[in-house]
Design a protein around this ligand. Sequence first.
Ligand SMILES: O=C(O)CCC(=O)C(=O)O
Ligand SMILES: [Fe+2]
Length: 286
Amino acid sequence: MSFQTIEAKPIAGALGAEIEGVDLSKPLSNHQAEELHQAFLDHKVIFLRNQSLEPAQQVAAARLFGMPYEIPFVTPMDGYPEVIEITRERNDAGKHNFGGNWHSDMSFQAVPPKGSMLYTVEVPPYGGDTMWVSMEAAYAALSDGMKAMLDGMKVMHSGKRSYGSRGTYSNDSNQTGTMKVGADNSGDAEVAHPLVRTNPETGNKSLFINQVYAVRLADMTEDESKPILDTLIRHSLKPEFSCRFRWSPGTVAVWDNRCTMHYAISDYDGQRRVARRVTLAGETPV
Ligand SMILES: O=C(O)CCC(=O)C(=O)O
Ligand SMILES: [Fe+2]
């Protein structure tokens, strides 16, 4: 799709585009706002470089894509309940990397987020890239037989591996210097979502599973589910379904959590990286 008020330059075949011609610190015309939202739907993750946003401006810019909301477990920035600061300090080597496994943000919520907006404040001179995969491309590439088998299946999602009573963040040594991430038994809860989900804004189907929160198939044990979920995840991680983004400071990324997974690469020990995320409310998956 081509646009009149913005330019979208794809960075890979399956998903991801850099957007030019937008200053998110200023109000956009209705036409430009519509085109920007359409670019987000078309490309699933969009990137806008050379932005300069205070936290309040970032929340305002996030409203172009959805409704910012306060997420559980991660302590927000002082005075900005919808903004979390994702910080990795020089001396955080060996500590858990926030977002460092294939996931869709907060998919364990009954109403998981539509999307997320990340704004980079400080990035290392090399390393610290983020990757995304299109779960729509992954679904489309399955055989008709596999699609028929998966149709109607449900998956249990839970925050327990991260935020549960025995999750990653229940261990204090996994806290980074400035990020405060909670864990308690409320994180152990499970919720059922359809394995194949239809994006209400595009009508397109995608696999809705991920390595962190999709813990088992409904009505099956984790052991029984593991070979099936692992096979689908391995299929989804085909490089052809992915993109990888090299950040510069002042870059805004907005991604669709309904049809993608992402992974924050931890390859910059000894360097500092700071980004701020606003999470956008979604709808019950169907
Ligand atoms: O730091 C990143 O690049 C992404 C971290 C992450 O998973 C997120 O912000 O949702
Ligand atoms: Fe994430």
